[in-house]
Design a protein around this ligand. Structure first.
Ligand SMILES: [Zn+2]
Length: 290
């Protein structure tokens, strides 16, 4: 069943859990994620990142995402991840997405407020939820939001973390439904163990009247850190890199073990779907406190 992000976050707030948000740039991801959510009977967010347009365009995958969400046995929000322009956001809304992220976090603060506010007005008038970002998650600047790997210089730069007072001002000015914050996570594969600033999550929650907060760069974080972040108020967790690697690992094993026999691609496609599903199940269990 297709729902808005706002509805999902409201329930997550009451039940003190986080909703998993997964990028689905191919059928294997789309089917694997929906199957995982249905198996566990939990709500889920499927999202298309603008940076994945090189893998598949929103015109191609968007209608499929909406169709899968409508047919799912669990509530599903269809979300645009890291929308960088008004055009991209409007395109997603036209395709039936129920939620968009407008990411102007790399622009100056006043511009971020101005552009996000304008977008919120448009989106809310057609019952579409809006996520925005404040503070900077490194790697996002380089890779437009979903880079492959993080580097040492990406870590612990507190100057880039979200400022709690600014978050209060931003939410009041823009009326966004949820806010992606920077507190130590980065996009892509973690090359070093992340040190998350949990106090900052709690502080931002207190200045923003418990607004739902979003963790980007969610895959690769330890189970303990996920649980801590959720207990402090993280309500949406973006997850992609490690489910993508899980599929790659499964295919690698299959190919190596069958190097002398024929391999059919449709079998590999199903194998990848299963590997993604299993990886997403593990993540969803943690996010939903199961
Ligand atoms: Zn992100």
């Amino acid at each position: 069943m297709l729902v808005t992000l706002k509805e999902l976050l409201k329930e997550a707030e009451v039940e003190k859990r986080a909703v998993g948000a997964f990028n689905v740039p191919n059928m294997e991801c789309l089917r694997g994620v929906i199957q995982a959510a249905e198996d566990l009977n939990v709500p889920v967010i499927i999202q298309h990142a603008e940076v994945h347009e090189n893998l598949i365009t929103i015109e191609e995958i968007g209608p499929l995402m909406v169709a899968y969400a409508k047919n799912a046995k669990v509530p599903v929000a269809v979300h645009l991840d890291h929308g960088a322009s008004l055009t991209a956001c409007l395109k997603a809304i036209k395709l039936g997405f129920t939620s968009i992220m407008y990411d102007a976090s790399l622009k100056d603060y006043e511009t971020n407020v101005k552009e996000t506010s304008e977008l919120v007005k448009i989106a809310h008038s057609v019952n579409v939820s809006v996520e925005a970002e404040l503070g900077e998650m490194t790697n996002s600047a380089i890779a437009g939001g979903e880079g492959r790997e993080s580097s040492l210089s990406d870590f612990g730069n507190v100057d880039l973390f979200t400022n709690p007072q600014q978050a209060e001002d931003f939410i009041e000015a823009t009326k966004v439904d949820c806010l992606a914050i920077s507190f130590g996570t980065v996009h892509g594969k973690y090359m070093f163990e992340p040190k998350l600033d949990f106090e900052r999550i709690a502080e931002i929650r207190s200045t923003t009247q418990r607004k739902p907060l979003v963790m980007h760069g969610g895959s690769g974080v330890s189970e303990e850190d996920y649980r801590k972040a959720i207990s402090q108020g993280i309500r949406k967790i973006n997850y992609y890199t490690y489910m993508n690697m899980a599929a790659g690992d499964a295919l690698k094993k299959k190919v190596i073990n069958n190097s002398s026999t024929e391999i059919f691609f449709d079998e590999l496609s199903l194998l990848a779907t299963d590997a993604i599903k299993e990886n997403v199940i593990q993540a969803l269990k943690i996010f939903n406190g199961l």
